[in-house]
Write a protein that binds this ligand. Structure first.
Ligand SMILES: [Zn+2]
Length: 318
């Protein structure tokens, strides 16, 4: 089996990540979607989908990590998504910023043991959507603070994910580079699949992320595997680094090719769930598509990771 390295850490031909935590824990009753209070999916919300479950119901998070590990994940993501201080503050958990980030990493590390690596998850601050480009300095400071916490808590790599804007991703990459940790960087394309929300094509995003220090670049969330493939192929055409792909498991439309903008989000997602079998085929063709890191995002519970593991086995990549 071929292997590649990420800053000296050996990875398999195709490394298998885990699935989506917040949507799954929301379905299980531990995470607040915010849909009772406001229109979710605007990027401007106050408290939806924040990870206070790490300190309020750590056993629920631990159980989900265990399910992913059992399903074949080589990398577990600490649930530090939306855990920058300002975002947590809007949800009423600003004072718990350290506790939430440290608990998330500790729980993931305890479950991973020596069977999996633990990644810190870093995402957009939502400040660009709320305040415009003048938020750049604040976003930098918030992300830099979180990266320092994640490194201090002992993550082995960073996954920068679900960034809608390339300019904010580049800020996060600067913060991540200073840690010296391996970096996987994935954009989420919304509302279209042809450009980021600040107007950069998938190819341009991939080239810039690789040039700015990401060892793997790619896409995550918003589209199912089939719809995400066109984005990945465009990226493949301009970079030599392995691609990272973590699709969602929800069906979208040509008019609205991103699940957080369809009317079913978030309370009717069961009606647009994509079956896990399409993830078997996606995983089976991952190596051919240049994908070095494969996981699932929103809508992917452990059964989807198990399906991808089966696909990798079928192709001889696991
Ligand atoms: Zn997602």
């Amino acid at each position: 089996m071929a292997e590649h390295t990420l800053k000296g850490i050996g990875f398999k031909d195709v490394t298998l990540g885990d699935g989506g935590y917040l949507i799954e824990l929301e379905r299980r009753g531990y995470v607040d979607s915010g849909s009772e209070r406001e229109t979710v999916g605007t990027g401007k919300g106050s408290g939806q989908f924040t990870p206070e479950v790490t300190i309020e119901h750590p056993e629920a998070l631990r159980g989900l990590h265990e399910e992913f590990l059992l399903a074949g994940s080589d990398v577990l993501q600490a649930l530090t998504f939306f855990a920058t201080r300002e975002k947590l503050g809007r949800a009423g958990y600003g004072d718990e910023t350290e506790a939430i980030n440290y608990a998330a990493v500790r729980i993931a590390r305890e479950v991973a043991g020596d069977q999996a690596r633990v990644a810190g998850s870093v995402t957009r601050t939502q400040l660009f959507e709320r305040e415009g480009a003048t938020a750049a300095g604040k976003a930098h400071d918030l992300i830099a603070e979180q990266v320092r916490m994640l490194q201090d808590a002992g993550v082995g790599l960073l996954i920068l994910e679900t960034f809608f804007r390339l300019d904010e991703m580049l800020i996060a990459l600067k913060c991540a580079r200073e840690s010296g940790l391996p970096i996987i960087a994935t954009m989420s394309f919304r509302p279209t699949t042809t450009e980021s929300s600040d107007g950069n094509s998938p190819a341009a995003c991939a080239a810039e992320m690789a040039a700015e220090g990401a060892q793997m670049v790619g896409a995550n969330c918003e589209q199912d595997p089939e719809r995400m493939l066109s984005i990945l192929r465009e990226m493949r055409s301009v970079v030599d680094v392995p691609l990272a792909a973590q699709p969602a498991a929800f069906r979208t439309t040509d008019e609205t090719p991103c699940f957080t903008k369809i009317p079913e989000f978030p309370d009717d997602l069961e009606t647009v769930q994509v079956s896990r079998s399409s993830f078997v085929d996606f995983a089976a063709s991952a190596a051919e598509e240049g994908i070095g890191f494969l996981g699932g995002c929103c809508g992917c519970n452990a059964s989807y990771i198990r399906a991808m593991h089966r696909g990798l086995q079928r192709s001889g990549s696991a």
